[in-house]
Write a protein that binds this ligand. Structure first.
Ligand code: ADP
Ligand code: ADP
Length: 226
């Protein structure tokens, strides 16, 4: 079963913009997959559909074999989402942000504490577990966003332009955290407009432009063509 299977996905917004024009793609379990494309290509729309934030006009999406339209909550339980904007409470400690998030999703407290330790270590934030989040650096805050999304132990982690507008140091720190997440068995899909980012991280990618997938395959094969 693919981690993500998308067939003939179309999205026309109410204003008439055709953001997706028949997108099909498949991501294998355990893959690290990039959706690469320029601004306005349809990346956020695609991620929005997969994460149930945007209603598609037509087409189908399934996550580990669970059809998104037929069983939305079942499909969503497989997914962890890292939004672009940092949206945790700056006046809480990292450990509390993680434990409370897991609690919201019904994870018992003892289990949540174990997961929080694991995720804070993976995000190189264990020493910062008890500080006020406001005092974390920009890179630490972004890694905390990843750690939080991992608290529900999703099989598929999705990030929409996780490193947009951040400097190279911060980007590299986030890459390391994402590589750990992927090495631990989680399928990772990210959107990016940096070829360098896709190249550093991903085994497979799709290139999207004007709502259409124009290339899809292993990173190595695509680099050979460029
Ligand atoms: P949907 O079809 O998914 O309900 P809508 O077409 O209703 O989406 O738009 C959702 C929101 O995004 C609206 O509030 C709209 O004003 C806003 N929006 C409109 N145009 C754009 C755009 N080009 N980029 C981003 N957001 C937009
Ligand atoms: P990307 O993430 O690759 O930059 P988007 O999915 O945000 O691309 O946008 C694809 C197209 O859809 C763009 O033309 C954008 O202006 C338009 N768009 C995005 N969101 C909305 C919306 N809510 N309502 C109307 N148009 C939108």
């Amino acid at each position: 079963q693919p981690a993500l299977a998308i067939q003939s996905l179309h999205k026309t917004y109410d204003n008439g913009v055709k953001a997706l024009k028949g997108v099909s793609l498949e991501v294998a379990p355990g893959d690290f997959f990039a959706l690469l494309g320029p601004n306005g290509a349809g990346k956020s729309t695609l991620i929005g559909v997969v994460s149930s934030l945007v209603n598609p006009s037509s087409g189908s999406v399934s996550v580990f074999g669970i059809d998104l339209m037929a069983d939305r909550s079942g499909a969503m339980r497989q997914i962890g989402l890292v939004p672009q904007e940092i949206n945790f409470n700056m006046f809480e400690k990292p450990i509390d942000i993680l434990v409370n998030y897991a609690g919201f999703y019904g994870v018992p407290r003892a289990e949540a504490l174990l997961r929080a330790e694991k995720q804070l270590k993976a995000a190189q934030l264990w020493e910062k577990a008890e500080v006020m989040s406001r005092t974390l650096s920009g890179g630490m805050k972004r890694r905390l966003m990843i750690a939080r999304a991992m608290m529900t132990e999703p099989k598929l982690l999705i990030l929409d332009e996780p490193t947009a507008g951040v400097d190279i140091e911060i980007r590299r720190g986030m890459w390391k955290t994402l590589q750990e997440v992927n090495a631990a068995g989680t399928t990772v899909i990210l959107t990016t407009h940096y070829l360098e980012e896709a190249e550093s991280l991903c085994r497979n990618l799709a290139i999207i432009d004007k709502g259409t997938i124009i290339e899809q395959g292993p990173m190595k094969a695509l680099l050979a063509k460029l």
